[in-house]
Design a binder for this molecule. Structure first.
Ligand code: F6R
Length: 569
């Protein structure tokens, strides 16, 4: 987590414009923020505030924090300064205590409790004996853990940038270079980028740059040209990014489906060919992306294609992978640490790696032999909405190649019809907002959807919600059902077992809300296809979570304690 930005320019730019770039990365962490330019240093807890001053500079580094080591305080916010070194860091320095003890013995003073502060001391010490190129190469050898680091050294015109396991990319502009945790930091200014691989570092000037390997040997790297849908990163007339992104779903699904017939057509066929060839298909993902992968497994299973999915953080404990396995990662950001670790594990055992991502050139995509883009555009709200829908739409399109029957062309219009029912979902939200607990039940296809709806309600509306298999209810959870407990039941087709489960909780006083297509229900979705039922029902869940959170006045786009890109284990 944490977002970092650096700019080195031939000409002066407004500091406030640089901080607006940092704000584009705020979804990566928003406990505190800070920046340093010239002799100025500013750091503060809370959400990023763009300064109103007309201050200009040619060089700046900035940071948006998601606390790991050390509380949320001004002192723990980045940049960290020691003697002639100022730096920002994303990642975790695992051997920081050992280094800190060493520097304390030497008489250094520390201002906060973070692991990152130690890095400033490290460089300051090294610079007493050697130049920055050698100091960077030593850092890569000596430091255990993960880092994307930007360093300024007093009297030096460069920004030094180092990476291991935390994302870092260089944006190549005209008379200026950008550094960022991802391309959003500069995607409005340039579409040319170079992605840092592990244990590489670069010296970035205002119109030149040089990359080095961990031994300090110069390396040349290719500049990539990326495509990005920029128009969608503004709030426009919406109150929150979440509702804007929910409303964009018909458009982004249409864009994805169009791409599968045009620019991604060839890759799509190669991807299916990989799946057909593989003896074992194993998906991996975290959170919402895991739920999308569970739906994928369901769709494939329906047409006789065996597949499994494992939550990324538990991957190595629950599955054997080998040369016969195709491991398919699902990840919006393409930077989730648990997913990357699972892929490393799979790769080391000879598996082929494929992926489905939203952010192009992300680490997960770069680790894959083949990768498809979901083309959802930038998702600013921490909670995944449109990226989930496009992941599932892509899963449906893949399953269709294996014989799953579904009319994809009508999906955008069906989503539009669901969105037009936002008013009635809002009425339902008013009836639910004061509850402390809520249950969402599903079976088969609707089980992953139940989990996804519960996750949205938890993270955005701060209601404890449990999404579970209807069949499991009687094995314990039913003990929690009392008079008035809300239970949302997802009934796809004539799911009599699910209807019985709802009767069982109803008989114990639960306030049952049914989302169905064929059976009678409080919300009836117009589709007879179970695959599309999954997407449409989850959109009802997105709207419900949004309206509950809005009614409670919660920070919808940046819920407490969360960050969009989870780049720590
Ligand atoms: C929930 C949510 C998270 C992410 C999870 C994985 O709304 O957004 O659960 O789905 O952190 O992130 P990605 O897809 O970027 O790997």
């Amino acid at each position: 987590m944490c977002g970092i930005v650096g700019i080195n320019s031939k000409n002066e730019f407004y500091v406030r414009d640089a901080i607006k770039r940092l704000k584009r990365l705020e979804y990566r962490g928003y406990d505190s923020f800070g920046y340093a330019y010239g002799s100025s240093l500013y750091k503060k807890t809370g959400h990023i505030v763009v300064p109103s001053s007309d201050d200009k500079t040619k060089r700046i580094i900035a940071h948006s924090r998601w606390a790991t080591h050390g509380g949320v305080t001004d002192a723990n916010a980045h940049p960290h300064v020691y003697e002639n070194v100022t730096l920002v860091h994303n990642g975790i320095i695992e051997n920081y205590q050992e280094l800190k003890d060493l520097y304390l013995r030497k008489g250094h003073k520390f201002l906060g409790e973070t692991d990152s502060e130690v890095a400033a001391h490290y460089f300051a010490e090294k610079l007493k004996e050697k130049d920055m190129i050698n100091a960077c190469s030593d850092f890569i050898h000596d430091i255990k853990g993960e880092f994307a680091i930007l360093v300024l050294v007093k009297g030096d015109q460069n920004i030094y940038a180092l990476r291991r396991d935390s994302p870092l990319v260089l944006g190549v502009g005209t008379d200026m270079n950008f550094l960022g945790s991802d391309i959003y930091a500069f995607s409005d200014a340039t579409n040319m980028a170079i992605f840092f691989e592990n244990d590489e570092f670069a010296v970035v000037g205002n119109d030149s740059f040089q990359f080095y390997d961990k031994h300090g040997k110069k390396i040349s790297k290719e500049v990539q040209t990326f495509r990005w849908e920029q128009e969608e990163s503004m709030l426009q007339n919406y109150d929150h990014y979440m509702i804007k992104e929910i409303m964009e779903q018909p458009k982004v699904v249409k864009r994805l489906l169009f791409s599968l017939d045009t620019e991604q057509k060839e890759k799509f066929h190669e991807f299916t060919a990989e799946m057909k060839k593989a003896k074992k298909i194993i998906f991996v993902g975290a959170g919402t992306s895991y739920h999308a992968s569970l739906l994928g497994v369901y769709y494939l299973h329906r047409c006789g294609k065996a597949a499994q999915t494992i939550i990324a953080s538990e991957f190595e404990h629950f599955i054997d992978v080998d040369e016969d396995s195709l491991v398919i990662a699902l990840s919006q950001s393409g930077e989730t640490m648990d997913v990357i670790e699972a892929l490393k594990y799979a790769k080391a055992r000879g598996a082929r790696i494929a992926s489905i991502v939203n952010v192009p050139y992300s680490t997960v995509q770069r680790m894959s032999v083949i990768s498809l883009n979901i083309l959802a555009g930038q998702e600013v709200c921490v909670a995944a909405t449109k990226s989930f829908t496009n992941q599932v739409a892509l899963m449906l399109a893949l399953a269709k190649e294996f014989g799953y029957k579904v009319n994809m062309e009508s999906l955008p219009q069906q989503i539009q019809s669901v969105l037009e029912r936002s008013g009635s979902v809002k009425d339902m939200a008013m009836g639910l907002k004061d509850n402390e607990h809520l249950y969402v039940l599903g079976r088969g296809l609707s089980y992953p959807v139940a989990r996804e709806i519960a996750l949205k309600i938890k993270e955005i509306s701060y209601i404890h919600a449990e999404g579970m298999m209807g069949g499991e209810l009687k094995h314990g959870t039913i003990a929690l059902i009392e008079k008035g407990t809300p239970v949302i039941g997802l009934v796809s087709g004539k799911d009599n077992a699910m209807l019985s489960n709802l009767k069982e909780v109803g008989a114990r006083g639960a306030n049952v809300i049914t989302i169905s297509n064929e059976a009678a229900g409080d919300i009836r979705l117009e589709t007879s296809n179970d695959g599309k039922f999954g997407i449409l029902a989850s959109i009802i869940g997105q709207l419900l979570a949004y309206h509950i959170a809005n009614a409670k006045g919660l920070p919808i786009d940046k819920p407490r304690n969360l960050a969009k890109s989870v780049t720590v284990k």
